[in-house]
Write a protein that binds this ligand. Structure first.
Ligand SMILES: [Ca+2]
Ligand SMILES: [Ca+2]
Length: 243
């Protein structure tokens, strides 16, 4: 290493003395590389110029920093693309709105048709309240027979759970002018009236003085006024089911 540096140093001295680099370089081309290495120690400014000559292109890439700005332009381009796509979607939105209005009209028509169909199917022995339908086939039976009848029809013995349902059920009772038995009883525990699924009732419409369990009454009937009475379970009632 030292041997290579020494000749280079000599060469550099020859450079300074000759001050004619054109004549010096052709003859010392093989050593020029070593000169460059050694020259960097002696003549740093030249080495630096050489280095700057090479990095300049990198310097051009350095302005890639400014390419960060073009990046923002790229974003603008993408925004412009979104805007243009948004604008292009406007006709589609209008088309969708038109389709929705058409579907809404069709839906209203279907609702009207369904309402008419329900009236036809329910009249004169059924009432719809909320999502529940009360309906009777006009048959009669005691509690157990009525319960079985409703199960066979895919429903359950009528069990009004609120004022609206009780009023709906009352309509059928008044139409037929027959008392109906409800899907409510206190067979399991006296005085604890339950729905058929065992839940304690959350709504009741007892007539005054009821329930009185007179003679061990564990079933419930609805009178034409919509009021409830506890009664024995082997009476005969109008069978009204709920679906
Ligand atoms: Ca009872
Ligand atoms: Ca009673």
């Amino acid at each position: 290493m030292d041997q290579t540096k020494n000749p280079n140093r000599g060469a550099s001295l020859q450079r300074t003395t000759s001050s004619a680099p054109r004549l010096f370089l052709p003859g010392w081309v093989p050593n020029a590389c070593t000169l460059v290495i050694c020259a960097s120690a002696e003549t740093r400014p030249k080495g630096e110029e050489g280095d700057q000559g090479l990095p300049r292109p990198q310097g051009l890439q350095g302005p890639a920093g400014p390419t960060g700005i073009p990046g923002s332009e790229g974003d603008k381009g993408s925004i412009g693309g979104k805007e243009s796509s948004g604008n292009s979607n406007l006709p589609e939105l209008e088309s969708l709105k038109t389709q929705i209005r058409g579907l809404e009209t069709e839906l209203e028509g279907l609702k009207s048709a369904i309402t008419k169909t329900q009236k036809v199917l329910l009249a004169p022995n059924g009432v719809m309240v909320g999502e529940k339908v009360f309906k009777t086939d006009g048959s009669r039976g005691d509690y157990h027979a009525a319960r079985e009848t409703c199960l066979r029809m895919g429903g359950a013995l009528a069990s009004p759970r609120n004022v609206a349902e009780n009023s709906a059920l009352q309509k059928i009772v008044t139409w037929y002018n027959k008392r109906a038995v409800l899907g409510i009883n206190d067979m399991a525990t006296e005085g604890r009236f339950e729905y058929l699924n065992g839940d304690v009732i959350g709504y009741s419409n007892w007539a005054p003085g009821e329930p009185n369990n007179l003679g061990n009454e564990d079933c419930v009937e609805m009178h034409q006024d919509g009021k409830w009475h506890d009664r024995g379970c082997i009476l005969e009632w109008l069978v009204i089911c709920e679906f």
